[in-house]
Design a protein around this ligand. Sequence first.
Ligand SMILES: [Fe+2]
Ligand SMILES: [Fe+2]
Length: 485
Amino acid sequence: MTGASPDTQLSGDALMRSGGRGLLLTLYAALRSLKLYPVENATVQKSLDDLGASAQHLLAVESPLEIRLAGDFIFVNQTRLRLELDNYASFSHMLALFRGFDIGVLRVHAGVDRREWQAFLSILLSLSAKGTDTELFEELHERLAAADVGHLDVERATVAPETLDDIERQREVAKRTYAQGVAVTRDVITSVRMGRATGVKRVKRAVQMIVDQVLNNETSLVGLTTLRDYDEYTFTHSVNVCIFSVALGKKLGFSKLQLYDLGMTALMHDIGKARVPLEILNKAGGLDEREWFAMQAHPWLGALTLFGLRGYDEIPYRSILTAFEHHMKTDLTGYPRTVRPRELGIFSRIVAVADGFDAATTRRSYQTVPIEPDQVLREMWENPKRGYDLVLVKALINLIGIYPVGTCVILDTLEVGVVYAPNPEGQHLNRPLVRIAIDVDGGTVPPPGRPVDLSETDGSGAFVRSVVKVSNPARFGLTVGDYFV
Ligand SMILES: [Fe+2]
Ligand SMILES: [Fe+2]
């Protein structure tokens, strides 16, 4: 983002959001450095300075300051902090820490000094080393009083009904957006198949909803792409490709308007399949040569169909190009065959990557066993014959991790979990954030499960948990959707 306003010009809410985020990051940094070094170490001192400064910054606006936990969210006063992929580590760490102590609210009063911060963090660290204990909260409370920490106080977690509603509402909005996308795709494809005239206004609205959702809360909508309805493959596939493409476009820094165009393009990329006979489209088992030929006509049929839609001037011209190019591959060995050398458009390359990933991970009529997502990504990355733009494959791996959200994993601790977010640290693609659903002793952890970070290491630097293999959640009686918002 360019041209960010200086703090003085920010509205109260925006100030709380950026300041609150800063507070949480500095709190996390101070905690980490205190864990690693002795108090007199310069890094510790610097981190305490930073923490004091970021708290002061907000206390000047509002006092006292409340850091409150509600479900998976952190509020600073009335403002919900935005969970971005790049600050997931600090957020999830603080969430886990607060939950471990059963802290619902941390209140910071004006006048707090570095001695109090240091005492507070040291007490947290020494108590959390003791392991889980139901009396941790009581002990924390007593130790804070004994250490004369008067400007920081903690309150036990209670479930605030209004925030739970809020979380539930977000989940509902994500589901509705997804369902809406499926519905308009079904309409458009059915209309084309029937030879009925169809407009693009509704499609446009559905795409805008998807883009707005991805911009607001990437994780929840991307998570929905794993809840596929196999009977409606063509429609859910289009919506999934749309979500992945938009999320990729966001990563590449596209503007909102560009994302609208990209989303529309992605949603319509397979519209040519509306002109492929249904018995070929839905055929179980392999296609013979003649059938493949018909199937391979869908790119150019798609381009023609888009020209024929009512209000086609509202369709970005790149949609037509993408419908035509999305199976060509970067080395042009795909279809349709081209006679002249050409460079695929950026939308085509994005949609090709999103398309290849979704198609390979979904079970559909002519491919009965879905390939595990991590294998698909590895194949897309390592096999040049696949013909994907590697920069975009890399971006996709960064976006969903080698283990995408919703993957059921068995860990070397014998725990079973569900991936709920990629690891925010780029080098830990194979160490996502997981919610434990089955414990070491085989007991079920009720949804939403216990969050763990697979990049976590023990004292000797060894990883605490690693993925042994990916598994089918049905084997454990798990509904993956219960384990991520
Ligand atoms: Fe296609
Ligand atoms: Fe496709």
